[in-house]
Design a protein around this ligand. Structure first.
Ligand SMILES: [Zn+2]
Length: 224
């Protein structure tokens, strides 16, 4: 992987780096109303609201839901693209190698509002621009703080990186454990799911795809 010094305006760097901004709640969420409805939901489940452990739960539940869906603060993909594009630098002529960045994610499934979490690996082949390695996890973070399916999450991340970098190819691998499969329904303990998004040269060129997949497999072995 190529190391690059990024010449980025300090205030932009601060915006992209500052976790509190990326996770700040939307001002438009009516917390009191949300708490009220969550309290009603617990009552419908015959939960004893007098229990001191439960009394403050609707407030905590509401706060955590607001935080875990704060990715909806960033609905304007163009603004997001502009924000992250400022953290890019030009790829030099011989920088046409595969760039690979990995990390972890955790999100809520759109179907059951239960967590799923795991690892991601993003690979891209630069055309004109490269992005600082720490920004890819930030992009994942914006999209994971929404109600998601693993497929959609992988595609959302690929879409955003594609819009920012216009690379020659983009690949996103995600592997995750889904609590909606572990805790309900068939209760499968080993509910590991893999998702692969391959575009551009990763789709068209077998060698590039194989190179990426061998990195995925090597990292998978290290992490398991
Ligand atoms: Zn689910």
């Amino acid at each position: 992987m190529k190391k690059t010094d990024l010449a980025v305006a300090p205030e932009v760097e601060a915006i992209v780096e500052d976790r509190s901004i990326l996770t700040s709640p939307r001002p438009s969420v009516d917390r009191e109303r949300l708490q009220h409805h969550l309290r009603e939901a617990l009552k419908l489940l015959h939960v004893n609201m007098e229990d001191e452990n439960i009394a403050d739960t609707p407030r905590r539940w509401a706060e955590s839901l607001v935080q875990m869906t704060s990715g909806y603060d960033y609905t304007d993909i163009n603004k997001l693209t502009t924000l992250f594009r400022k953290a890019c630098s030009a790829a030099d002529d011989n920088c046409q190698n595969l760039v690979v960045i990995g990390g972890t994610y955790k999100t809520l499934c759109a179907h059951h509002i239960l967590p799923f979490f795991g690892h991601f690996i993003v690979g891209y082949i630069p055309e004109r621009m490269i992005i600082g390695a720490s920004k890819i996890p930030r992009i994942v973070e914006v999209h994971m703080r929404r109600l998601q399916s693993q497929e959609h999450l992988a595609h959302d991340v690929a879409d955003t990186i594609e819009q920012i970098l216009e690379p020659r190819g983009i690949a996103v691998w995600m592997g995750g454990v889904h609590m909606c499969m572990v805790m309900r329904g068939v209760e499968q303990e080993s509910s590991f799911m893999e998702t692969n998004v391959l575009r551009g040269e990763f789709r068209d060129d077998t060698r590039t795809r194989d190179e990426f997949m061998s990195i995925v497999n090597r990292r998978g072995q290290r992490e398991s």
